[in-house]
Design a binder for this molecule. Structure first.
Ligand SMILES: NC(=O)c1ccc[n+]([C@@H]2O[C@H](COP(=O)([O-])OP(=O)(O)OC[C@H]3O[C@@H](n4cnc5c(N)ncnc54)[C@H](O)[C@@H]3O)[C@@H](O)[C@H]2O)c1
Length: 337
């Protein structure tokens, strides 16, 4: 009897991902992978009919209706090419009997290096200098810079990414302090942990976020938090937009409490990121306010975007989906409470 060909549909595949899908496909001739460029939405879910598993990556929500429709086609395996699962509704996951996998560690260095780069850009005021260059103003004053080795970097979240960031900051000679609900024994030995967020806010000249978005971490940096920080603090967020209350950040920038912010993620980023907005209007006043400032760097969720990370995201998500199809299990299954 001929072996059944397993069929995986991969949504939202970009040009830069296609070579890695092709490589994986070559190594798995018994699997048929269909590439779809569109995201997994109510309007595109029907393309999955007849497949055994789905691979996807997007910032937009995986709607309850998408999961219900997939379940209706007999599909219960969804493998994400990223870490975060916050755009899935856990209730709908359970109701539709889904197994979800993610790629928990695709390249912590990609995100850590990017967040440090952006802090360096803030400290060296590169956006302000580029703006002056555009006006053919080649004077250096008054945009005097600060040095990284002089900073007290408060790292919130010492998981995979936070740990790499800490190593890099130490290499630059910065003082590092850290906060996490769970302490990493190595960092504990080095005495890097403070006992509370308040303590971190009181000491840090830079606050960098490397924690997931949960209900308890939403708006972690709000007015009360900014009030507790040092005047002229720098904020780096390459984690998730809703960790910061954007209105409170704008007030803190206005008052000078915050000297600059590097944001790779925004609360309503799906309105803007990954779209060509040239000539288009968009109702997101906080974005326009932040974007207009010389001391705020916004990048469109690009911290992850390196060749190493993309290859790992594509191949590991396909591996996980295949494992679910073949065995009903995967080491990368995400448990929802
Ligand atoms: N910008 C990007 O392109 C990009 C890419 C990948 C990941 N991320 C974000 O980076 C985050 C961190 O990734 P990671 O791989 O280091 O995750 P990780 O799970 O390895 O580490 C997260 C750390 O946060 C800690 N934590 C969780 N809740 C906390 C709380 N309430 N208070 C204090 N600490 C808490 C955990 O104990 C853990 O040590 C991800 O959740 C994701 O949101 C962003």
């Amino acid at each position: 009897m001929e072996a059944k060909v397993m069929k995986i549909i991969a949504y939202g595949i970009r040009e830069d991902e296609k070579p890695y899908v092709a490589e994986w496909q070559e190594q798995h001739p018994d699997v048929q992978v269909k590439i779809v460029e569109e995201l997994l939405l109510d309007s595109t879910v029907d393309q999955a009919e007849g497949f055994d598993g789905v691979v996807a990556y997007q910032q937009a929500p995986y709607t309850d209706n998408v999961l219900k429709t997939l379940a209706g086609y007999g599909i219960h395996y969804l493998s994400l090419r990223n870490v975060g699962v916050d755009n899935l509704n856990p209730v709908a996951v359970k109701e539709n009997d889904f197994k979800i996998t993610n790629v928990p560690v695709y390249s912590p260095a990609a995100i850590a290096e990017f967040s440090v780069t952006q802090l360096m850009n803030l400290l060296r005021r590169t956006k302000e200098y580029f703006r002056k260059f555009d006006r053919r103003d080649y004077r250096w004053a008054p945009e005097i810079s600060q040095e990284l080795n002089q900073q007290v970097v408060g790292v919130i979240g010492t998981g995979h990414i936070g740990q790499v960031a800490i190593d890099i900051y130490k290499g630059f000679g910065a003082k590092v302090i850290a906060y996490d609900k769970f302490h990493n024994p190595e960092l504990e030995k080095e005495g890097l942990y403070v006992d509370s967020l308040d303590e971190l806010f009181a000491q840090a000249t830079v606050v960098t976020l490397h924690i997931p978005l949960f209900p308890e971490t939403e708006n972690m940096l709000n007015k009360e938090a900014f009030d507790k920080m040092n005047d002229g603090v720098f904020i780096v967020n390459a984690s998730r937009g809703p960790l910061i209350d954007e209105k409170a950040l704008i007030d803190a920038l206005d008052s000078g409490k915050v000297a600059g912010a590097a944001l790779d993620v925004l609360v309503d980023e799906t309105k803007v990121f990954n779209h060509n907005m040239a000539g288009k209007n968009m109702d997101y006043p906080e974005f326009w306010n932040l974007e207009s400032r010389g001391n705020v760097l916004i990048s469109p969720h690009t911290a992850f975007y390196t060749n190493v990370a993309v290859e790992n995201m594509v191949k590991q998500s396909l591996d996980a989906n295949l494992s679910l199809i073949q065995t009903g299990a995967s080491d990368h299954e995400v448990k929802f409470n």
